[in-house]
Design a protein around this ligand. Sequence first.
Ligand SMILES: [Zn+2]
Length: 89
Amino acid sequence: MHPIYERFMGQVEVTNSCWNWTGTKNPDGTGRFHSLGHRLFAHRVSYMLETGRSTTDIRVTQTCGNKACVNPAHLVAHQLDKEPSLYDG
Ligand SMILES: [Zn+2]
């Protein structure tokens, strides 16, 4: 298990549909997770923890439309043509 998983899940309210981020959020509702001096999107971290994939070359969005949702079952990755910032979503 990834060492940040426990701290991450401590900020998640798991329901039988969405997993709602209860930590810091952007004004638009997107969850923020702070780790090792980085400010990351919570749903990206969730996707990374679930799949083991680096998320540097993909964009992760929620299929449920809930920007605070970090349920891996509701996350979908989109391949990007260019190298994005870690903070692009
Ligand atoms: Zn959801």
